[in-house]
Design a protein around this ligand. Structure first.
Ligand code: SF4
Length: 322
């Protein structure tokens, strides 16, 4: 069976579920990746999928019997009592209606397995599409479903993610997800410092913070009656693999700063003081609009423990947010 937008004729030959590999010295959040699809045609400029070998058309794996068998074996045999399965690492979780239907099938099956084996399972559906409106209500399931979406200021989105839903739509999707019985994962990722254009870094960061303040205020206003539905809030500044960094520098991309530093995990990031300053400012903005207790929901994605500590955040695994 063929569809012009994606390819179904692929059999996954490796495991569908794997431990997330965090890299040297990065805080291990304990997530598992569930890859029922791979590749994405939404073309976000920073997406690592553009820089690794993936099929040219998005793929939804056909060997679903193996997928469900593996899920059952995984839930049955792992010693842990709590699991967090992230479905947004190798593709947008709800890229097409077929992805959405498969995600629903997985939620349903996980719900049965969680009950059968007495396990606490959280599944994260991460998307920049509007397909949450097509999903069934999952409120009666025996698993927690986290609807996660990336939030970045709209004028940055227009330049780096022109093909995906605008930020206002994504905020509205948060409400739709709540109505469908999901919890929310507010993902302030990737946090991008705009090209300096010969301007002072301090001024550029100040401008950026006022854009984030507007974004956080808007999000807080829209979900004001449902703040208890927030599962987690992640903050993550832009980072690149060596290959991404080189290619983006070569093509003079606006999103890359040549003075980014190579970190022990082999990724390029903004310098340590800049990262700490931005994370601390964002934590303060989140406390201002969501209340001080929101700090208990915040984690840094793919960061070093000294950065968490410098920002006053307690180091936790994602399953600790259950
Ligand atoms: S939507 Fe997600 S997976 Fe797709 S290109 Fe953008 S960042 Fe990559």
């Amino acid at each position: 069976m063929k569809n012009k937008n994606f390819n179904l004729q692929y059999l996954r030959k490796t495991c569908f579920i794997s431990r997330y590999k965090y890299g040297n010295d990065i805080v291990d959040l304990g997530e598992y990746i569930l890859s029922y699809a791979t590749s994405c045609n939404l073309g976000c400029e920073y997406c690592y999928l553009n820089f690794v070998k993936t099929p040219s058309k998005p793929v939804l794996y056909e060997n679903k019997d193996f997928l469900f068998k593996e899920i059952e074996e995984f839930i049955e045999t792992q010693n842990e009592k709590y699991f967090y399965l992230n479905c947004g690492e190798t593709a947008d979780s709800l890229l097409t209606i077929e992805h959405t239907l498969l995600a629903e099938g997985i939620i349903d099956f996980l719900s049965t397995m969680a009950g059968e084996y007495n396990k606490n399972v959280t599944i994260e559906i991460r998307t920049k599409t509007n397909n949450v409106e097509k999903m069934i209500n999952v409120g009666n399931k025996n698993v927690k479903v986290v609807f996660a979406t990336s939030l970045i200021p709209e004028n940055i989105r227009k330049t780096v993610e022109p093909l995906v839903s605008c930020v206002d739509e994504r905020i509205e999707n948060l409400i739709k997800a709540i109505d469908k019985g999901m919890l929310l994962g507010l993902r302030f990722e990737p946090i991008i410092i705009r090209n300096l254009d010969n301007r002072n870094t301090e001024i550029v960061i100040k401008e950026m913070m006022s854009e984030y303040e507007e974004l956080i205020r808007k999000t807080s206003d829209l979900i004001s009656d449902n703040k208890d539905k927030i599962h987690t809030i992640s903050l993550s500044l832009l980072r690149f693999t060596k290959k991404q960094f080189k290619q983006l520098v070569d093509r003079k991309s606006n999103i890359v700063w040549p003075e980014m530093v190579l970190c022990p995990d082999g990724k390029y990031r903004y310098s340590r003081p800049i990262r700490i300053e931005i994370y601390k400012n964002l934590v303060e903005l989140l406390k201002k609009y969501f209340g001080n207790s929101i700090v208990n929901k915040i984690y840094l994605a793919i960061e070093f423990d000294y950065i968490w500590k410098a920002c006053g955040l307690e180091i936790r695994r994602i399953t600790d947010f259950w």
